[in-house]
Design a protein around this ligand. Structure first.
Ligand code: HT9
Ligand code: FE2
Length: 386
């Protein structure tokens, strides 16, 4: 290797250039960090959303069982570290910030810090991989609110873009495949080959699922269900390639809230376990593909509640890990950042995606995954000019 660095013609952007972006913002849900945080956190989450009090009290109990501490913040700290390490190791010079929608560090505070540090073009990584109001537009609405707050305060308002949905990126899929294989290995040998894979995600109202597409027609359940089906098929195919066994699979739902009169996606994981047991299925691996880390929905709704149901049924069950801070996921984020930066510079980057749906749009089109009550949303084709 020669000592001299190759000289680059002026205006040349190396493959590791994040330009025009000058910061990455990890945008997450947030969660309480102690007993006294639980009620105020739940108030933040449900402000104006009409969730029945009984459901809030029930969910509060889930948090109290864990000392009032959601695992999600620790998991985001680990992801921040993984991202910073990956970027540094690959010469990607892009500072990474972290802000939450519902708990400290709050999004507005982080955006203030970003502009005080002089950043103007911010790319956002949301800890939600799929389309839908709850998984995408709601994050964009919170961004719009926070940007409006900065403008009110007379602070400069950065331009904010959001990374595309990454559910079908290999860096999101492959770590999950490894986790499923480990769970299968861990099941009693006599049930392993016939074990069922139950892919789970957050239930949402069927009306929200049906309108979760952008413009393409996805049939009932919209893009939300189509994207999850794609991921479930990819994972079960990869498992078959590695084990030689085609495990039967299903896509099921968890963590439902809202009044019973409103239809939500079904079946619920616990009902599904009963059904599988009734059909003589000898073992189950629950695969929480709807989530990016093993936060409360995973630790309580699956590890506590669904596992209790499985043991009541005497049904051997395992729960596979989410991607969390896996280095392959951090590398995928780097690739997505570089891909989007290149696209913003007018290049036509390769867009890595597995499965039938292909890479999703960079910019949510007008009217994408609408809310029942329209609100301004940033980082989309219908973002208000700030
Ligand atoms: C699609 C989806 C994701 C996945 C995408 C993403 O990750 O964003 C997700 C994630 C999360 N949801 C979380 C917590 C909560 N979600 C609630 C309520 C709701 N979620 C919904 C949907 C989703 N939610 C919906 C349609 C509602 C009801 C109406 C509403 O409020 O819009 C409620 C209120 C009480 C209840 O109804 O359960 C809580 C406390 C936490 C934090 C966990 C922790 O602390 O570790 C996380 C990561
Ligand atoms: Fe939620």
């Amino acid at each position: 290797m020669s000592d001299a660095l190759p000289t680059e013609p002026s205006g040349f952007e190396p493959d590791s250039s994040p330009a025009p972006y000058d910061a990455l913002l990890l945008l997450s849900f947030g969660g309480p960090e102690g007993m006294d945080d639980v009620v105020p956190f739940l108030q933040n989450v449900t402000r104006g959303r009409g969730i029945p009090t009984e459901r809030l009290e029930e969910v509060g109990q889930h948090y109290y069982l864990f000392g009032g501490v959601s695992p999600i913040n620790e998991q985001n700290r680990a992801l921040l570290t993984a991202l910073r390490e990956d970027f540094a190791a690959h010469g990607l010079d892009l500072p990474v910030y972290w802000g939450n929608r519902n708990w400290a560090p709050y999004l507005t505070d982080t955006l203030r810090e970003l502009v005080r540090d002089g950043h103007q073009r911010v790319l956002v990584l949301a800890t939600s991989a799929y389309a839908s109001y709850s998984g995408c537009r709601q994050y964009r609405e919170n961004l719009a609110e926070s940007l409006a707050a900065l403008r009110e305060e007379g602070l400069p308002v950065p331009r904010v873009d959001k990374l595309r949905h990454y559910f079908n990126h290999p860096g999101f899929i492959e770590p999950v495949v490894d986790g499923v294989l480990a769970c299968l290995d861990d099941l009693p040998a006599e049930v392993r080959a016939s074990a069922h894979l139950a892919f789970t995600t957050h239930s949402i109202p069927t009306a929200a699922a049906d309108t979760s597409g952008p413009v393409e027609a996805h049939g009932d359940g919209g893009a939300y269900v189509a994207q999850h089906r794609d991921v479930a098929a990819l994972i079960s195919d990869a498992v078959r390639e590695r084990t030689g066994t085609q495990h039967p699979w299903s896509l099921v739902y968890q963590s439902r809230s809202g009044p019973p009169s409103v239809p939500w996606l079904e079946p619920d994981i616990c009902d599904h376990l009963e059904e599988l047991h009734g059909k003589g299925v000898p073992g189950v691996v629950m695969v929480p593909i709807g989530f990016v880390s093993d936060h409360m929905e995973v630790r309580y709704d699956l590890d506590t509640e669904a596992m209790a149901k499985a043991s009541e049924l005497n049904l051997p069950a395992r729960r596979s890990p989410t991607v969390g801070a896996d280095p392959r996921f951090a590398a995928a984020v780097r690739e997505l950042v570089l891909e989007r930066a290149a696209a913003e510079r007018g290049a036509a980057p390769a867009r890595c995606a597995l499965g039938a749906l292909g890479a999703s749009h960079d910019v949510c089109p007008v009217g994408c995954c609408p809310a029942r009550t329209p609100k301004p949303a940033a980082a989309g084709a219908d973002a208000p000019a700030l």
